[in-house]
Design a protein around this ligand. Structure first.
Ligand code: ADP
Length: 352
């Protein structure tokens, strides 16, 4: 398999090298100039450039532009080339301008194509992970149902109750996952609906923290508040903003397995209500911080056993906050922990 692939690559590279040479000769040597004017033939260089940009990525496109530029300079100095009129320096200047446009086009194309390939790869990874994430709770549901049935038959009601409770936890997990998947498809179709109302920012944050604290016994969430209740109102969808905050808190817990402290800070400035969620966990590198809010992006790889997840939460959070004209961002240091911030515009009528 592996050797077939390399042979294929070798054949393509050989064809490509021959193609670059032929096109270079036609475009810059004026090989077919009896049939077609040299000034038109120069546009043929777009063919290998497009090939390189779409098939070989950014490095391939840059190399091809370099090879063609060397070719073009040599032929122009020798008196051939696509710019026959003027002194040598004028011709070289025109050539430079022409090749710059070619280089810019090819690099842009290659960047778009690389991004497209990354997205396809992330989507493929995602499908694998999503099937795994859907199957795990289903397997547990099946096992707990059988267990509950067995206890009921034996009339061991307390044990049956425990199994049903576990069953409920797994069903909730599954429900959350399916809801996230549905939300993603609604966002992509531009159909995520919002029911906006005036809300007390402080109340919303405190309620979310309270319910998250009730569902975890591994971490202690403390709150540092700098605003007075009722003074900072926002206009938004309560459930959606709660969903964003809950996601940040869930991540803070998930990605700080060996620390038990999480700090939520609530503050405001003239225009925005701001909440931050600080953890002291594994952190994120600087380069990865820029990509965190992209769909299906997972900074810590796809190893589901260490940190299960699908890379949907922060994308959803970003989309929801964006819809509220707010901002979401992260500051982090690898190994030291992360702070995620959300800022939402303060609603006008609340400035009392
Ligand atoms: P998920 O956690 O399901 O993978 P998210 O969209 O919520 O998806 O997060 C995307 C990625 O961002 C995660 O896979 C993780 O690598 C990184 N991440 C998010 N929150 C934190 C955090 N508090 N600390 C470290 N990494 C984080």
């Amino acid at each position: 398999m592996q050797s077939n692939f390399s042979v294929k690559q070798f054949i393509e590279a050989s064809f490509f090298a021959a193609f670059v040479f032929i096109i270079g000769t036609i475009a810059f040597r004026g090989l077919l100039s009896i049939l077609v004017p040299t000034t038109s033939l120069r546009y043929l260089v777009y063919l290998p450039i497009l090939w390189a940009a779409l098939r070989l990525g950014q490095r391939g496109a840059t190399t091809t532009v370099l090879i063609l530029s060397v070719f073009a300079i040599i032929e122009t100095v020798r008196g051939f080339g696509p710019f026959p009129q003027g002194s040598l320096s004028e011709r070289l200047l025109l050539l430079q301008a022409f090749m710059s446009v070619i280089a810019a086009t090819s690099l842009l194309l290659a960047a778009v194509e690389t991004e497209r390939k990354n997205l396809v790869k992330r989507k493929d990874d995602f499908i694998g992970l999503a099937s795994h994430e859907l199957k795990t709770p289903l397997t547990s549901i099946k096992a707990f149902t059988q267990l509950a049935q067995k206890y009921v038959e034996k009339k061991e009601i307390k044990k049956a109750g425990n199994s049903l409770q576990q069953l409920n936890t797994q069903i909730t997990k599954l429900e959350r996952l399916i809801n996230d998947l549905l939300d993603i498809s609604k966002i992509n179709a531009g159909k995520l609906a919002f029911r906006k109302e005036h809300l007390s920012f402080l109340e919303l944050v405190l309620n979310t923290v309270e319910s998250m604290q009730a569902s975890t016994d591994t971490h202690r969430i403390s709150v540092k508040n700098h605003i007075k209740n009722g003074t900072t109102m926002i206009y938004g969808d309560k459930d959606r903003i709660t969903q964003v905050l809950a996601n940040l808190l869930t991540n803070a817990i998930k990605y700080s397995p060996s620390k038990n402290k999480i700090l939520v800070t609530i503050q405001s400035n003239k225009r925005y209500a701001i909440v931050s969620v600080r953890d002291y966990g594994i952190g994120i590198t600087h380069e990865e911080q820029e990509k965190l809010f992209q769909i299906y992006y997972r900074a810590h790889g796809t190893n589901q056993n260490v940190f299960p997840g699908l890379g949907m939460g922060l994308y959803l959070a970003y989309s929801i906050v964006y819809e509220h004209r707010g901002k979401i961002w992260a500051e982090s240091q690898l190994g030291k922990g992360s702070t995620f911030y959300i800022s939402l515009p303060i609603a006008k009528r609340a400035d009392k």
